[in-house]
Design a protein around this ligand. Structure first.
Ligand code: ADP
Length: 569
């Protein structure tokens, strides 16, 4: 692979080219001055003492004085000669190239920047080094490495225009009307601008049209995340094979073991307690009294129907469920909750809220809408309101794990698990001041399923709120385990769910797209599967900790014994 770099001297005619200049390391003017003075001093010293010593040598020969008889001044001269020679050799010798980056060419600096220590992933190690300046002769088409792309002259011109800033990178899709080509050109430009190789980041094999205006702006490739499967998870009498996208070794294996224990014990069961997405705008009045008047208006059951009709116009799937207004001085935070069919629902609920705010403006013209979201929603932040009131789908899931399964599959005993749960998940989390974090690792399972199925991974924050309870039952022989998760935010339509890979994972679970029988059934089922998988994950990790196996299993699955250097070569 050859990597083309941007020119080291940006064309002066391009005003925005300033940022294109490689960020050379430069010494300051004062440093440069002191270096020059020091050089001059040592040069002078070296030649003057050399002259002095030669002169003394000639004198000794002339007067037949033995050479080894040296005076104090001659000794001082010899020491000075050696010292100045050492300094000058150090400066102009091998060390100078690294000591004074001003001497480096642009390409050398870039090469230095890119010669980072390899990380643990072999894929990241392949051919990431930057070629020296002499090798940088290829056109932009050669940059891509993984799958060389032949750029036409016209495309190369476009790359140059993006690099110079005369064509904004974000406008490539609309200019070219070709999403893949836009990604190719942007990627090429990014490499030239940054001087960094994108080798290893795949470009081909992705449908860039599918993300336009929906999932990701300014694409330059895509990240690969391995997908493993855990299961079958026997939940409510149905077996599910659960896809998990993760780079954390041990996670899938552990969840799989939990699934096995649940299956061997007759399965888990779940109940969906609530299904409603929330959005809470903040509005301001000139007085707290006026804010209170709107609060009372919104709380009056007589007004709900007209508000709901207005809200529900946002979508045939949006159905307003409740309005919860909370005052802070002159400001009112109004938490709207609505069902959203099979969509996770953030867009839907936001549109409904906007409808209602527009409607309210006629009765409350002095209402100042500060923001469509006032954080009382609460999206992607750990918050008590989600923990207590729920957001998205609220699910409780339980299972009874038989004594022999705890012993044979989980390699521990009921008593140890119950005690560990009490001291770790309940007491330990209380001591830590946890908010919704009364569990061992719910977020591990939630994140992995979210990434695999195209959910918004940032909603892992509140979606992972979970309290895990364990109790010995049947005279202390068997284990009752439950996970209660009040804020599982999932959808099977919209967002990333429609992308090919994510859609395939939803299909594996039998919840792809909109439910034909009953809108919302697919997303609700997905929420219960998330909870069931968390139950399996909790069971397995807690057992590993109780049995003291955690470190051992991580060393087995998380620390590959492969010789990375061999993988690379
Ligand atoms: P979100 O609100 O989660 O951000 P989007 O608004 O992106 O989701 O996607 C929801 C879109 O899918 C809406 O346009 C909606 O009309 C459509 N849709 C089709 N079938 C369904 C369904 N069963 N449930 C919810 N939305 C659906």
């Amino acid at each position: 692979m050859e990597i083309r770099r941007r020119q080291s001297s940006p064309t002066p005619a391009v005003p925005s080219g300033e940022h294109l200049k490689p960020q050379k390391l430069t010494t300051t003017d004062s440093q440069t001055f002191s270096i020059c003075v020091a050089n001059a001093v040592f040069f002078g010293l070296f030649f003057s003492v050399a002259y002095f010593l030669l002169h003394r040598w000639r004198e000794k020969i002339r007067t037949s004085t033995p050479l080894h008889v040296v005076t104090a001044s001659e000794t001082a001269a010899i020491v000075s000669l050696v010292a100045s020679a050492v300094y000058l050799l150090g400066f102009f010798g091998i060390g100078s190239r690294t000591s004074f980056p001003d001497d480096l060419s642009d390409e050398e600096i870039l090469a230095k920047e890119d010669s980072r220590k390899p990380g643990p992933c072999p894929a990241a190690l392949v051919d990431t080094e930057v070629k020296p300046a002499s090798a940088i002769v290829a056109p932009p088409a050669k940059i891509y490495g993984v799958a060389p792309v032949n750029l036409s002259e016209e495309d190369e011109e476009m790359v140059k225009s993006v690099v110079s800033g005369s064509i904004p990178s974000y406008s490539l899709e609309s200019r070219l009307a070709d999403c893949r080509k836009a990604a190719v050109i942007r990627r090429s430009a990014v490499q030239m601008i940054t001087g960094k190789s994108l080798e290893g980041l795949p470009l081909e094999g992705f449908d860039y049209d599918s993300i336009l205006g929906q999932c990701c702006e300014m694409p330059i490739g895509f990240v690969q995340i391995p997908v493993g499967v855990a299961g079958p998870l026997l939940l409510d009498g149905v077996e599910y094979t659960v896809p998990m996208a993760t780079t954390e070794g041990c996670l899938v294996a552990s969840t799989n073991r939990g699934c096995k224990a649940i299956h061997a014990s007759g399965g888990a069961s779940s109940v969906l307690l609530r299904d409603g997405m929330t959005r809470a705008p903040v509005v301001r009045f000139s007085s707290a009294k006026r804010a209170a008047q709107l609060k009372f208006f919104l709380e009056d059951p007589l007004n709900f129907d007209s508000l709901a009709v207005t809200f529900n116009k946002s979508s045939r799937f949006a159905r307003l469920q409740s309005i919860q207004p909370t005052i802070a001085g002159k400001n009112l935070y109004i938490r709207f909750r609505c069902s959203t069919g099979d969509a996770m629902g953030m867009n839907m609920v936001s549109k409904g809220v906007q409808n209602v705010l527009d409607f309210l403006q006629s009765d409350f013209p002095d209402m100042d809408v500060i923001g469509i979201s006032g954080n009382f929603c609460s999206d992607k932040k750990a918050s008590a309101v989600n923990w207590i009131e729920g957001r998205g789908k609220s699910v409780v899931c339980e299972a009874v794990i038989k004594e022999e399964v705890v012993k044979k599959v989980l390699k521990t005993n009921v008593e140890a698990l119950v005690e560990l749960n009490m001291l770790k998940n309940l007491t330990g989390s209380a001591i830590a001041g946890a908010l919704g974090g009364f569990n061992a690792h719910a977020s591990n399972i939630v994140s992995a399923i979210y990434i695999a199925t195209g959910q918004d991974p940032a909603q892992n924050v509140e979606s992972s709120h979970c309290i895990t309870m364990m109790e010995a039952i049947n005279d202390g022989k068997d284990l009752h385990i439950s996970v209660t998760m009040p804020s599982i935010e999932v959808g099977t339509v919209g967002g990333g769910t429609q992308l090919a890979s994510q859609s395939a994972c939803l299909n594996l679970l039998g919840v792809k797209g909109a439910s034909k029988d009953s809108p919302g059934a697919n997303s609700r089922l997905l929420a219960t599967i998330v909870a069931g998988s968390v139950l399996a994950g909790e069971l397995s990790l807690m057992s590993a900790i109780a049995a003291g196996q955690l470190v051992k299993s991580h060393m087995k699955y998380n620390r590959s014994s492969k010789d990375i250097t061999k993988v690379v070569s």
